[in-house]
Design a protein around this ligand. Sequence first.
Ligand code: PBG
Ligand code: ZN
Length: 283
Amino acid sequence: VRREVPSMPGVFNLSVDETVKEVEAARADGVKSVLLFGLPDEKDSTGSAAYDSSAPVQSAIRAIKRASPDTLVVTDVCLCEYTDHGHCGIVAGEEILNDPTVELLAKAAVSHASAGADIVAPSDMMDGRIGRIRSALEKAGHIHTKIMAYSAKYASGFYGPFRDAVGSAKALGKADKQTYQMDPANSDEALWEVGLDLAEGADMVMVKPGLPYLDILRRVKDEFKAPTFVYQVSGEYAMLRAAIANRWLPESCIMESLTAFKRAGADGILRYFALEAAAQLRR
Ligand code: PBG
Ligand code: ZN
Protein backbone atom coordinates (compact mmCIF):
# COMPACT_ATOMS: atom_id res chain seq x y z
CA VAL A 1 0.00 0.00 0.00
CA ARG A 2 1.24 3.45 -0.95
CA ARG A 3 -1.70 5.88 -0.77
CA GLU A 4 -1.21 9.61 -1.05
CA VAL A 5 -2.96 11.74 1.59
CA PRO A 6 -5.22 14.14 -0.37
CA SER A 7 -4.54 17.17 1.81
CA MET A 8 -0.80 16.40 2.02
CA PRO A 9 0.63 15.94 -1.49
CA GLY A 10 3.88 14.00 -1.25
CA VAL A 11 2.91 12.25 2.01
CA PHE A 12 1.72 8.64 1.91
CA ASN A 13 -0.01 6.05 4.07
CA LEU A 14 2.35 3.07 3.78
CA SER A 15 2.04 -0.63 4.44
CA VAL A 16 4.81 -2.26 6.50
CA ASP A 17 6.82 -3.44 3.47
CA GLU A 18 6.68 0.02 1.87
CA THR A 19 7.59 1.62 5.20
CA VAL A 20 10.80 -0.40 5.34
CA LYS A 21 11.71 0.70 1.81
CA GLU A 22 10.97 4.30 2.70
CA VAL A 23 13.11 4.12 5.85
CA GLU A 24 16.04 2.60 3.97
CA ALA A 25 15.81 5.25 1.24
CA ALA A 26 15.57 8.00 3.87
CA ARG A 27 18.59 6.63 5.65
CA ALA A 28 20.61 6.69 2.43
CA ASP A 29 19.62 10.36 2.14
CA GLY A 30 20.82 11.15 5.66
CA VAL A 31 17.58 10.86 7.65
CA LYS A 32 18.41 8.52 10.52
CA SER A 33 15.26 8.59 12.61
CA VAL A 34 11.57 8.08 11.96
CA LEU A 35 8.32 8.67 13.84
CA LEU A 36 5.63 6.05 13.22
CA PHE A 37 1.85 6.53 13.32
CA GLY A 38 -0.60 3.64 13.00
CA LEU A 39 -3.66 3.13 10.88
CA PRO A 40 -5.32 -0.20 11.69
CA ASP A 41 -7.82 -2.11 9.54
CA GLU A 42 -10.34 -2.15 12.35
CA LYS A 43 -11.07 0.58 14.89
CA ASP A 44 -13.10 0.24 18.08
CA SER A 45 -14.16 2.33 21.08
CA THR A 46 -11.07 1.49 23.17
CA GLY A 47 -8.47 1.65 20.41
CA SER A 48 -7.41 -2.00 20.83
CA ALA A 49 -5.01 -1.87 17.88
CA ALA A 50 -2.89 0.63 19.83
CA TYR A 51 -1.66 -2.15 22.13
CA ASP A 52 -1.88 -5.16 19.79
CA SER A 53 1.54 -6.72 19.15
CA SER A 54 0.55 -7.68 15.60
CA ALA A 55 -0.81 -4.23 14.62
CA PRO A 56 0.88 -2.17 11.86
CA VAL A 57 3.11 -0.01 14.10
CA GLN A 58 4.43 -2.95 16.13
CA SER A 59 5.04 -4.92 12.92
CA ALA A 60 6.76 -1.93 11.31
CA ILE A 61 9.07 -1.44 14.30
CA ARG A 62 10.23 -5.05 14.06
CA ALA A 63 10.62 -4.89 10.28
CA ILE A 64 12.58 -1.62 10.39
CA LYS A 65 14.89 -2.87 13.14
CA ARG A 66 15.56 -6.04 11.10
CA ALA A 67 16.35 -4.17 7.89
CA SER A 68 18.02 -1.10 9.36
CA PRO A 69 19.07 -1.69 12.98
CA ASP A 70 20.72 1.71 13.37
CA THR A 71 17.62 3.68 12.44
CA LEU A 72 16.17 5.37 15.50
CA VAL A 73 12.52 4.46 15.81
CA VAL A 74 10.12 6.78 17.62
CA THR A 75 6.44 5.87 17.96
CA ASP A 76 3.38 8.03 18.47
CA VAL A 77 1.53 6.74 21.53
CA CYS A 78 -2.13 7.70 21.46
CA LEU A 79 -5.56 6.19 20.99
CA CYS A 80 -7.07 8.52 18.37
CA GLU A 81 -5.61 6.67 15.40
CA TYR A 82 -7.24 3.49 16.70
CA THR A 83 -10.59 4.60 18.15
CA ASP A 84 -13.75 4.66 16.03
CA HIS A 85 -14.69 8.05 17.56
CA GLY A 86 -11.29 9.67 16.87
CA HIS A 87 -10.70 10.91 20.40
CA CYS A 88 -7.35 10.45 22.14
CA GLY A 89 -9.02 8.80 25.11
CA ILE A 90 -11.90 6.62 26.27
CA VAL A 91 -15.22 8.41 25.82
CA ALA A 92 -18.11 8.25 28.29
CA GLY A 93 -21.03 10.40 27.19
CA GLU A 94 -19.57 13.85 26.64
CA GLU A 95 -16.48 13.18 28.70
CA ILE A 96 -13.02 11.81 28.06
CA LEU A 97 -11.98 9.56 30.92
CA ASN A 98 -8.42 10.46 31.90
CA ASP A 99 -7.32 7.62 34.19
CA PRO A 100 -8.64 4.59 32.24
CA THR A 101 -7.06 6.15 29.14
CA VAL A 102 -3.68 6.44 30.87
CA GLU A 103 -3.74 2.69 31.61
CA LEU A 104 -4.25 1.91 27.91
CA LEU A 105 -1.53 4.36 26.86
CA ALA A 106 0.90 2.60 29.20
CA LYS A 107 -0.03 -0.71 27.56
CA ALA A 108 0.58 0.80 24.12
CA ALA A 109 3.97 2.21 25.15
CA VAL A 110 5.09 -1.14 26.56
CA SER A 111 3.92 -2.90 23.42
CA HIS A 112 5.97 -0.51 21.23
CA ALA A 113 9.03 -0.91 23.45
CA SER A 114 8.68 -4.69 23.35
CA ALA A 115 8.63 -4.53 19.55
CA GLY A 116 11.91 -2.58 19.66
CA ALA A 117 11.01 1.13 19.68
CA ASP A 118 13.82 3.36 20.96
CA ILE A 119 11.60 6.25 21.98
CA VAL A 120 7.89 6.37 22.76
CA ALA A 121 6.14 9.68 22.18
CA PRO A 122 2.79 10.09 23.98
CA SER A 123 0.68 12.67 22.12
CA ASP A 124 -2.61 12.32 24.01
CA MET A 125 -2.27 15.15 26.61
CA MET A 126 -3.91 13.13 29.40
CA ASP A 127 -2.76 14.04 32.91
CA GLY A 128 -0.26 11.77 34.64
CA ARG A 129 0.52 9.64 31.63
CA ILE A 130 4.28 10.20 31.59
CA GLY A 131 4.72 8.90 35.13
CA ARG A 132 2.47 5.93 34.46
CA ILE A 133 4.23 5.07 31.19
CA ARG A 134 7.63 5.38 32.86
CA SER A 135 6.73 2.95 35.64
CA ALA A 136 5.10 0.52 33.20
CA LEU A 137 8.23 0.52 31.02
CA GLU A 138 10.49 -0.04 34.02
CA LYS A 139 8.30 -2.86 35.30
CA ALA A 140 8.49 -4.56 31.90
CA GLY A 141 12.29 -4.26 31.92
CA HIS A 142 12.49 -1.53 29.30
CA ILE A 143 14.86 0.61 31.31
CA HIS A 144 16.52 2.21 28.29
CA THR A 145 13.41 3.24 26.39
CA LYS A 146 13.19 7.02 26.20
CA ILE A 147 10.03 9.09 26.51
CA MET A 148 9.51 12.09 24.24
CA ALA A 149 6.50 13.85 25.70
CA TYR A 150 4.20 15.90 23.53
CA SER A 151 4.03 18.26 26.51
CA ALA A 152 2.87 21.59 25.11
CA LYS A 153 0.30 20.46 22.60
CA TYR A 154 -2.31 23.03 21.65
CA ALA A 155 -5.90 22.41 20.52
CA SER A 156 -5.05 23.48 17.00
CA GLY A 157 -6.78 23.63 13.65
CA PHE A 158 -3.42 22.92 12.05
CA TYR A 159 -3.84 19.16 12.68
CA GLY A 160 -6.58 18.93 10.02
CA PRO A 161 -4.65 17.10 7.28
CA PHE A 162 -3.22 14.60 9.81
CA ARG A 163 -6.75 13.75 10.90
CA ASP A 164 -7.60 13.15 7.22
CA ALA A 165 -4.59 10.88 6.94
CA VAL A 166 -5.55 8.65 9.89
CA GLY A 167 -9.32 9.08 9.65
CA SER A 168 -9.66 10.51 13.16
CA ALA A 169 -11.60 13.62 12.10
CA LYS A 170 -14.82 12.16 10.81
CA ALA A 171 -16.26 10.93 14.09
CA LEU A 172 -15.18 13.80 16.31
CA GLY A 173 -18.38 15.66 15.54
CA LYS A 174 -18.96 18.76 17.59
CA ALA A 175 -16.80 17.67 20.50
CA ASP A 176 -13.25 18.73 19.80
CA LYS A 177 -10.12 18.10 21.83
CA GLN A 178 -10.25 21.24 23.94
CA THR A 179 -10.79 19.36 27.19
CA TYR A 180 -7.32 17.85 26.97
CA GLN A 181 -5.28 19.88 24.46
CA MET A 182 -4.25 23.42 25.42
CA ASP A 183 -5.87 26.79 24.77
CA PRO A 184 -3.92 28.63 22.03
CA ALA A 185 -4.29 31.87 23.97
CA ASN A 186 -2.52 30.52 27.06
CA SER A 187 1.28 30.45 27.12
CA ASP A 188 1.95 29.95 30.86
CA GLU A 189 0.11 26.63 30.77
CA ALA A 190 2.76 25.31 28.38
CA LEU A 191 5.42 25.78 31.05
CA TRP A 192 3.20 24.14 33.64
CA GLU A 193 2.64 21.08 31.42
CA VAL A 194 6.32 20.78 30.49
CA GLY A 195 7.31 20.99 34.17
CA LEU A 196 4.90 18.20 35.08
CA ASP A 197 6.12 15.92 32.27
CA LEU A 198 9.78 16.43 33.16
CA ALA A 199 9.04 15.76 36.84
CA GLU A 200 7.20 12.56 35.86
CA GLY A 201 10.21 11.29 33.91
CA ALA A 202 10.10 12.63 30.36
CA ASP A 203 13.53 12.57 28.66
CA MET A 204 12.53 15.09 26.00
CA VAL A 205 9.66 17.51 25.62
CA MET A 206 7.87 18.81 22.57
CA VAL A 207 6.05 21.94 21.52
CA LYS A 208 3.33 21.58 18.90
CA PRO A 209 2.36 23.04 16.41
CA GLY A 210 5.58 24.69 15.27
CA LEU A 211 5.71 28.00 13.43
CA PRO A 212 2.63 29.56 15.09
CA TYR A 213 4.09 28.66 18.51
CA LEU A 214 7.74 29.72 18.24
CA ASP A 215 7.31 31.95 21.30
CA ILE A 216 6.34 28.87 23.34
CA LEU A 217 9.34 26.96 22.04
CA ARG A 218 11.67 29.75 23.13
CA ARG A 219 10.08 30.05 26.58
CA VAL A 220 10.22 26.29 27.18
CA LYS A 221 13.85 26.04 26.12
CA ASP A 222 14.89 29.03 28.22
CA GLU A 223 12.97 27.91 31.30
CA PHE A 224 13.95 24.23 31.49
CA LYS A 225 17.06 23.79 29.29
CA ALA A 226 15.75 20.27 28.58
CA PRO A 227 16.05 18.54 25.20
CA THR A 228 13.27 20.40 23.41
CA PHE A 229 11.64 19.28 20.20
CA VAL A 230 9.19 21.02 17.93
CA TYR A 231 6.68 19.49 15.55
CA GLN A 232 5.97 21.20 12.24
CA VAL A 233 2.49 19.73 11.86
CA SER A 234 0.41 18.60 8.92
CA GLY A 235 -1.38 21.92 8.39
CA GLU A 236 1.93 23.77 8.25
CA TYR A 237 3.14 21.25 5.68
CA ALA A 238 -0.08 21.59 3.66
CA MET A 239 0.10 25.39 3.64
CA LEU A 240 3.69 25.49 2.46
CA ARG A 241 3.14 22.69 -0.06
CA ALA A 242 0.11 24.38 -1.58
CA ALA A 243 1.73 27.79 -1.76
CA ILE A 244 4.91 26.39 -3.29
CA ALA A 245 2.93 24.31 -5.82
CA ASN A 246 1.07 27.46 -6.89
CA ARG A 247 4.32 29.43 -7.04
CA TRP A 248 2.93 31.81 -4.43
CA LEU A 249 5.96 31.11 -2.27
CA PRO A 250 9.49 30.04 -3.17
CA GLU A 251 10.81 26.63 -2.15
CA SER A 252 13.33 28.34 0.12
CA CYS A 253 10.51 28.78 2.67
CA ILE A 254 10.99 25.10 3.60
CA MET A 255 14.51 25.76 4.87
CA GLU A 256 13.55 29.15 6.25
CA SER A 257 10.99 27.49 8.53
CA LEU A 258 13.58 24.93 9.62
CA THR A 259 15.99 27.72 10.46
CA ALA A 260 13.30 29.49 12.48
CA PHE A 261 12.86 26.42 14.70
CA LYS A 262 16.58 26.20 15.29
CA ARG A 263 16.77 29.91 16.03
CA ALA A 264 13.91 29.63 18.55
CA GLY A 265 15.77 26.96 20.52
CA ALA A 266 14.78 23.57 19.08
CA ASP A 267 17.15 20.66 19.68
CA GLY A 268 15.22 18.52 17.24
CA ILE A 269 12.52 19.01 14.63
CA LEU A 270 9.77 16.58 13.63
CA ARG A 271 8.57 17.37 10.15
CA TYR A 272 7.09 16.07 6.93
CA PHE A 273 9.77 17.94 4.97
CA ALA A 274 12.67 15.90 6.41
CA LEU A 275 13.73 14.35 3.11
CA GLU A 276 13.68 17.68 1.28
CA ALA A 277 15.57 19.34 4.11
CA ALA A 278 18.20 16.59 4.09
CA ALA A 279 18.63 17.02 0.33
CA GLN A 280 19.05 20.77 0.69
CA LEU A 281 21.48 20.41 3.59
CA ARG A 282 23.67 18.16 1.41
CA ARG A 283 23.95 20.75 -1.35
C1 PBG B 1 -2.50 12.22 17.85
C2 PBG B 1 -1.68 13.16 17.08
C3 PBG B 1 -2.10 14.25 16.30
C4 PBG B 1 -0.99 14.75 15.71
C5 PBG B 1 0.10 13.98 16.14
N1 PBG B 1 -0.36 13.01 17.00
C6 PBG B 1 -3.45 14.79 16.01
C7 PBG B 1 -4.41 15.20 17.03
O1 PBG B 1 -4.07 15.49 18.18
O2 PBG B 1 -5.59 15.22 16.66
C8 PBG B 1 -0.94 15.89 14.75
C9 PBG B 1 0.10 15.76 13.75
C10 PBG B 1 0.04 16.63 12.59
O3 PBG B 1 -0.89 17.46 12.40
O4 PBG B 1 0.96 16.49 11.79
N2 PBG B 1 -2.75 12.58 19.16
ZN1 ZN C 1 -4.48 11.41 19.82
